[in-house]
Design a binder for this molecule. Structure first.
Ligand code: HAM
Length: 420
């Protein structure tokens, strides 16, 4: 028999990780809603050209990492490698610019990239992202950066660093591109990727991991920013300072997707190894228009749930994760099984406020009853499940209109009145 395993670069999520992911989802959603971002769910696959057009033909994602396939009618589709392109496609398709008073949206879900797997880098991973469409002002950039860092802080991640840069607009970037071509052309032993990119996309050389050490005194985008882009970038920084948000300028931050204009940022954590970008984003003023819409200047971010949870775990996020307190329903005499079953249902629905009347406050989880186990093995199971309380249906007590509640921690037992 063949033994099947999860495909390389994917992982099953269960146990503590599943609970942590649920909590991350809850905290992020709360933060998105506070900022008035509205949820949009888009399909997991789209026309491949949507991603090629938006992310850029000469990016790693499009060149090497997309899962592309044809459906039975020969349509060329791709599993989404990120969420921004799909969100923009939905924005244009549903005329959100006319129906939504502000263009603030969030999404969450699985993304797919055929990357070399390692800790924090997977072929299927989850993102939660927010996009602010239609606001050209630096306020929107600052709000996006603050919302991202608020989520990370709410998860208890303390060692975060915001890396900030501006990539300018198409006019000032042309000058920067020229300077980079001149600079990199003078370096002889560039790696194969860098040599190839020098013509197509010289900005991408700035974050080459192989050649980084060779690049001293590289020209910076700041030297080339036009006055509008410069003012925009200064205002973003002033707004961040006014919100007491610390950041550092990183001239080498260029990002791996081509749609960015002006502000780009990454939020990194030192506690998760080489895949340290927990969250990333920036402004994309031309993307909506490039995909067939109007000119809608926009900015957004996405956080990588797996990486965020790796950092959160180091900061104690996994301590005390649980869904509530387990109440175990045990049957001492199987004659009472049906009564115990009915009781467990009443407790589940809190019929006649029974949970409150019996002192089960807060979030309770109900397990049992079982009709195929001895009382001893029911108690063993209650212990293994970590039940805080066990409700016991015993013949004598039940005949007197009572049930027994056992505190599994103190082992104290008390009889309480219970009418069927
Ligand atoms: P990105 O930098 O490609 O940007 O991805 C955002 C985050 O997703 C990364 O910072 C990282 O945490 C996580 N991530 C990316 N690839 C992987 C992987 N292979 N395994 C695990 N986690 C990964 C975007 O996707 C843009 N759409 C962000 C954005 C939104 N820009 C504007 N709006």
């Amino acid at each position: 028999m063949a033994v099947y395993k999860a495909p390389r670069g994917t992982h099953d999520i269960f146990g503590q990780l599943a609970l942590a992911l649920e909590k991350l989802d809850m905290i992020s959603r709360k933060m998105f809603k506070k900022h008035n971002f509205k949820e949009v769910k888009t399909p997991i696959f789209e026309d491949v050209n949507l991603f090629t057009r938006s992310i850029g033909e000469s990016t790693d994602i499009v060149e090497k990492e997309m899962y592309v396939f044809e459906d039975r009618k020969g349509r060329k589709l791709a599993l989404r490698p990120e969420g921004t392109a799909s969100l923009v496609r939905a924005y244009i398709e549903h005329n959100f610019n006319q129906t939504e008073p502000v263009g603030k949206f969030f999404y969450s879900g699985e993304m797919f990239r055929y990357e070399r797997p390692q800790a924090g880098r997977y072929r299927q991973f989850s993102q939660m992202g927010a996009e602010y469409l239609g606001n050209p002002s630096p306020n929107a950039d600052a709000e996006i950066i603050l919302a991202a860092s608020e989520i990370l802080k709410a998860l208890g991640i303390k060692d975060i660093k915001i890396h900030l840069n501006s990539l300018g607009c198409s006019s000032c970037r042309a000058g920067f591109r020229q300077k980079l071509v001149e600079y990199f052309s003078s370096i002889d032993d560039l790696c194969e990727d860098c040599r190839r990119r020098l013509e197509k996309n010289p900005l991408r050389l700035l974050d080459c991991k192989i050649d980084a050490a060779k690049f001293q005194n590289v020209p910076t985008m700041q030297e080339c920013l036009c006055s509008d882009c410069k003012t925009h970038f200064e205002q973003v920084q002033n707004l961040l300072k006014s919100a007491e948000c610390e950041y550092e300028i990183n001239h080498k931050l260029v990002r791996g997707l081509d749609y960015y204009t002006r502000t780009v940022f990454e939020i990194r954590s030192a506690s998760v190894g080489s895949q340290d970008a927990l969250c990333a984003g920036g402004r994309y003023d031309n993307l909506v228009e490039e995909l067939g819409g109007m000119k809608v200047p926009s900015v957004g971010f996405a956080l990588g749930c797996e990486r965020v949870l790796m950092a959160a775990e180091k900061n104690g996020f996994f301590n005390g994760l649980n869904d509530g307190e387990i109440v175990f329903i045990a049957v001492a005499d199987q004659e009472l099984f049906y009564h115990a079953f009915a009781f467990s249902n009443k407790l589940l629905t809190n019929k006649d406020n029974i949970a409150d009347a019996l002192g089960f406050n807060g979030n309770i989880i109900i397990e049992g009853p079982f009709n195929d186990k001895s009382l001893k093995s029911q108690f063993k199971l209650a212990d293994r499940l970590g039940a805080k309380k066990t409700v016991i249906f015993g013949k004598n007590e039940f005949d007197n209109g009572k049930i027994v509640i056992k505190d599994m921690v103190t082992k104290e037992q008390k009889e309480v009145l219970y009418k069927n």
